[in-house]
Design a protein around this ligand. Structure first.
Ligand SMILES: [Zn+2]
Length: 684
């Protein structure tokens, strides 16, 4: 294995990126788990020691324009400064100052996991610093890290809420305390520093914390896990970044321990923490969606490092079933509000969709790991769906307000959020500036800063394009150095031009994922592409171009009938975008009474339109007693109906034109409006 045979982990520099001798992988292995990586300092959040595909760093894939480059711009000028300002404003950074000053008992603010959001902001800043070299971000990271370092105890323990005189003892509430979860985000911030060529105090703090965890929770330590998985993928990545095997061993131990009921039973049951069934025995994701997805990410990481094919196969099947039965058309996951959890199979109510932004990010984490391990580019479909329709939906165009939940039907037009008021998360009607539980904004920030890493990968003799985005891709293959320029207006246009700016000397393959919805219809240089990947293998010359194209005609999608909450409805999609109807386009009528004729869907000057009918209830007469059920589905006197030519909006940009009701799933055909019947007083 690569680690044992002495590949030197690069912990303090990223300068070996361009060393051709360090870029290779063993060739020809069809099984991804047999392919070992020979370099680990790639500027990317996930750099496995083995796998079918080699990730490329944010220094190797630079987004140059279009949809995702715009999100990176918003992140730099909006989201990151906004999150930094709010974390000062709500006192979460001050919690560390108070811990230094000794008055944390009386002044600490925020929930148990507030420390983690400071770390997640540091991670976002670290990736952004790596991407842009922004000296201000580097200085800010060092400033906050110096503060955090003063709070860390001699033995590496670090938290602002536990362990001091007058506070609850450390690790006394593993169900809800989030101490290990916080270390996880601290460690991921440190990995971001290491991978971007910086070994600073933040890294030393994280290493001390990780060593403390290995002692405290190791084989001979506490037989326990954290209520919120997250430290698992973090420890594996720290192992990958440093070569210290104890971090991998500890991550494996946490994955193995989960499901053995070390956490207390709670009102949502132990499935909430995924502590009811061992990971190897769980057939589908259950419980709190973000926890389940972070755990799966860590479990995949362990399976990959251990070359444990059976475990990887099991985890792949678990995620596949979750996608088939417990995922919204937007890629959103989690249909319970009360426990932020997955529902039963096909329990996917659009109006009660929780679909937390962080769960969308969690599904990107899982799918990306599977793509790297297996070489199956179609995992990019999952990444694309969640990025465009969950993650991109969260921030406002300025990056100063966010959705926490992402329902597919909004019945009540919410008020604009006050830019100075913290929202109680899930219940904000419109994007809010900050939340009492504010996991999502900083998660979006770190994901946007890393976006380049999810676009392309490499093998010894090829480059694979997973996402269709304008980018410059530069790396070194065994066949030679290569630079590709990808130009596209996707998702507005389906045309992608790939220019080989610098061609490798040897025969090389360029592969492009064909999105699932475009299979059989995509073309490469005008030739129809069969299968789910477009491939060209040849000896390229500088200046060669390839033109890949997918048709972006609007399409009508219908649900599996077992998703009975939306049976009889259609959703309209265009390319990777799920579209929705908003009441601002209905002259004040509500989307509740909307039904559509799917045969009329067409595109007109870039906008997708269709014909529908809006049924609106007549105002109730004074004293009228109404019962909304009856023996006939009457369209009679209680409703008026009118025909509308409806313009649809990309779901990711809904609620940008003021308060509105909204729905993704549209009752199909000009159907019967909701029934409403007067009842005799003695019935009621
Ligand atoms: Zn969140």
């Amino acid at each position: 294995m690569a680690i044992e045979t002495g590949a030197t982990p690069a912990t303090t520099t990223s300068t070996d990126h361009t060393d051709p001798g360090s870029a290779g992988r063993s060739r020809g292995a069809e099984d991804g788990l047999l392919v070992e990586a020979t370099r680990r300092s790639i500027q990317t959040p996930v750099a496995p020691s083995r796998g079918a595909l080699r990730p490329l760093g944010t220094d190797e894939v630079r987004l140059t324009g279009g949809f995702w480059a715009e999100r990176q711009r918003i992140n730099a000028v909006g989201i990151i400064p906004h999150a930094n300002a709010w974390e000062e404003r709500v006192g979460w950074i001050d919690n560390f100052r108070a811990a230094v000053d000794g008055d944390v008992l009386t002044t600490r603010t925020g929930r148990e996991f507030a420390d983690s959001d400071v770390y997640k902001l540091l991670e976002a800043m670290a990736w952004e610093h790596g991407r842009t070299g922004d000296a201000g971000l580097d200085a800010r990271i060092r400033e906050v890290a110096a503060l955090v370092g003063r709070v860390q105890e001699e033995d590496g323990y670090l938290h602002t809420l536990y362990g001091r005189e007058g506070q609850a003892p450390r690790y006394s509430d593993l169900e809800w305390g989030h101490e290990l979860y916080c270390y996880g985000h601290l460690i991921q911030a440190a990995v971001a520093r290491l991978r971007t060529g910086v070994h600073d105090e933040l890294v030393d703090i994280a290493l001390r914390a990780a060593d403390h965890v290995c002692l405290e929770f190791g084989q001979d330590g506490r037989d326990a896990v954290c209520g919120h998985p997250e430290i698992e993928p973090a420890l594996v990545e720290l192992y990958r970044a440093t070569g210290e095997r104890r971090y991998l061993d500890q991550a494996r131990l946490f994955v193995q321990r989960r499901g053995h009921r070390t956490l207390a039973d709670i009102e949502f049951s132990r499935s909430y923490f995924q502590d009811d069934v061992p990971v190897r025995d769980a057939d589908v994701m259950v419980g709190h969606a973000v926890r389940a997805l972070y755990l799966a990410s860590g479990a995949i990481d362990v399976a990959v490092e251990d070359a444990d094919r059976d475990f990887l196969t099991h985890l792949t099947a678990q995620f596949t079933r979750t996608l088939a039965r417990r995922t919204y058309i937007t890629g959103g996951m989690g249909s319970h509000h009360q426990d932020e959890a997955f529902g039963d199979d096909f329990e996917l109510p659009p109006d009660r969709a929780y679909a937390e932004t962080c769960a969308g990010i969690g599904s990107v984490m899982v799918a990306w790991r599977l793509a790297l391990a297996t070489g199956d580019l179609s995992w990019g479909d999952v990444v694309e769906r969640a990025l465009f329709n969950v993650v991109a939906a969260s921030p406002s165009p300025e990056g100063t307000a966010f959705f926490y939940t992402n329902p597919l039907h909004k019945r009540v037009p919410g008020a604009e959020a006050d830019p100075d008021v913290v929202s109680p998360r899930a219940f904000a009607q419109l994007r809010a500036p900050w939340f009492e539980v504010s996991c999502c904004p900083t998660n979006v920030a770190r994901t946007f800063a890393q976006l380049g890493s999810y676009v392309a990968t490499a093998t010894d003799d090829g480059v694979q394009l997973h996402q269709l985005a304008s980018a410059t891709i530069s790396t070194v293959l065994e066949t030679g150095a290569v630079t590709l320029d990808v130009a596209t207006r996707y998702p507005d246009s389906g045309e992608v031009t790939i220019t080989v700016v610098r061609a490798p000397a040897g025969e090389t393959e360029i592969a492009v994922r064909v999105p699932r919805w475009a299979r059989g219809a995509a073309t490469l240089d005008g030739e129809r592409v069969g299968g789910d990947v477009a491939r060209v293998r040849r000896t390229f010359a500088d200046g060669d171009t390839l033109t890949f194209e997918v048709p972006l005609v609007p399409r009508v999608s219908r649900p599996d009938p077992r998703i009975d909450a939306v049976r009889g409805c259609v959703a309209i999609e265009r390319g990777p975008l799920v579209l929705c109807a908003e009441s601002v386009d209905l002259d004040g009528d509500d989307v509740a009474g909307l039904s559509v004729d799917p045969t009329t869907v067409h595109e007109d000057a870039g906008t997708v339109r269709l014909t529908g009918t809006v049924a609106s209830p007549e105002p109730e007469r004074t004293g009228e007693r109404v019962w909304p059920y009856g023996s006939t589905a009457s369209t009679g006197g209680s409703h008026r109906a009118r025909t509308v030519q409806l313009a649809l909006t990309p779901y990711h940009s809904w609620a940008q034109r003021g308060p509105s009701t909204m729905r993704v799933w549209l009752p199909a055909d000009v159907a019967t409006p909701p029934h409403r019947e007067e009842v005799a007083p003695h019935h009621a």
